[in-house]
Design a protein around this ligand. Structure first.
Ligand SMILES: [Zn+2]
Length: 370
């Protein structure tokens, strides 16, 4: 018995030693939705780190009301029960055997430790949060006599959330803007998926962005990019039930992979053709180059200046009846004087046709070579 009592000396475990965020990211000025979310997340990381035999997520329960915590899906069937204060001494019946006494002592000791850890974790979470926020924003929680003595971490968080953490219409419409930001064919397609999923997560608790809306936003974006005309058609032809967000990502990830492969092959083919003609690439008169000599755009009599380097007056496969294979950027021979926008570029200027425009066709329109 004496031996047992010796091993049961109290040991107070400091929960902050296992916190990952020893200082939470400070919130300067008025807290808002985003900064509060971050603060909560950092303390959730901390709470999870403090072991508890009551659940798999350490002391995460302290970051929720008991009701909300137990309503989480992964808790189902195994609700959390808060430890209760076991009192100063073990409760030992007068006629207890020595074994029963030992058991009561050990249990009491364990309960004290557990109860203590629960409360010190709660205090530590509250303290970290208070240090990260300027006092003026939670002063209302101070009791005139007891100060913050009875304040619980979750009440502190709820107060800030209710007072400063509401998303307003501006936040939500900016979120939609971020979701619909134009995607460029030069960017990884994953970036488009990410921006949409991020927007969904942001609005989740406020103004839900449905799966249908997500798919529609991505479709519009890809449509504007002009990069997937055929794959869009294929997608539209699928049965409505298959138009899920996951299927969308699978479909267009594959389509993009194929698109990138084709572009590389086309470029390689173009270089081959150029070298076969033993003509330095730089001399190709259909191509517009940047300062490094890299081809950027190509000219076609029937289609104007556009981004497909394999498409020129010479190679065009869908020609105007007066098509002229000699038409180049510097000598369009009366061909189409249109510059195609980069996919994803939003038009601001709109062409207004004028009745005074006149045009004649034919080779006589070519500028005489000097
Ligand atoms: Zn053409």
């Amino acid at each position: 018995m004496d031996q047992l009592m010796k091993t049961l000396r109290p040991y107070w475990h400091d929960p902050t030693q296992v916190f990952i965020h020893t200082t939470l990211s400070p919130i300067t000025g008025r807290p808002d939705y985003t900064s509060l979310k971050r603060l909560e997340k950092e303390n959730k990381d901390n709470a999870r780190r403090v072991f508890s035999s009551r659940g798999d997520e350490g002391h995460l329960r302290l970051c929720y009301t008991l009701k909300d915590y137990n309503a989480r899906a992964n808790i189902a069937g195994n609700p959390w029960i808060d430890p209760v204060n076991p009192g100063p001494r073990p409760n030992i019946p007068i006629d207890a055997t020595e074994a029963q006494v030992c058991l009561a002592v050990v249990n009491h000791h364990y309960d004290v430790q557990e109860f203590h850890l629960y409360h010190s974790t709660e205090n530590a979470l509250l303290k970290k949060a208070m240090e990260a926020v300027e006092e003026v924003y939670y002063k209302a929680l101070e009791d005139p006599d007891l100060g913050y003595y009875q304040l619980k971490y979750i009440d502190f968080i709820q107060h800030l959330r209710e007072t400063y953490g509401e998303l307003d219409d501006d936040d939500l419409s900016n979120n939609i803007k971020r979701m619909n930001a134009p995607w460029m064919p030069t960017q990884p397609i994953q970036q488009l998926f990410n921006q949409i999923e991020k927007a969904q997560a942001f609005a989740r608790e406020h103004d839900i962005i449905s799966e249908k809306t997500a798919v529609r936003s991505a479709m519009t974006n890809l449509e504007n990019s002009g990069a997937f005309p055929r794959d869009m058609k294929e997608w539209r032809l699928k049965p409505e039930a298959d138009h899920t967000w996951n299927n969308f990502k699978i479909h267009f990830t594959a389509a993009n992979k194929e698109r990138l492969r084709t572009i590389t092959t086309k470029e390689a083919g173009f270089h081959d053709q150029a070298s076969k003609a033993s003509q330095p690439q730089k001399d190709n008169p259909y191509i517009v180059r940047n300062s490094n000599g890299k081809g950027i755009m190509a000219y076609c009599f029937s289609h104007g200046l556009q981004w497909d380097l394999t498409h020129t007056s010479m190679t065009c496969r869908n020609r105007h009846k007066d098509h002229n294979e000699e038409a180049t950027v510097s000598n369009m021979c009366g061909g189409l004087n249109r510059i195609k926008r980069q996919p994803g570029e939003v038009a601001i200027f709109k062409y207004q046709p004028s009745t005074t425009n006149r045009r004649t066709n034919g080779k006589e329109n070519c500028i005489k070579q000097r």
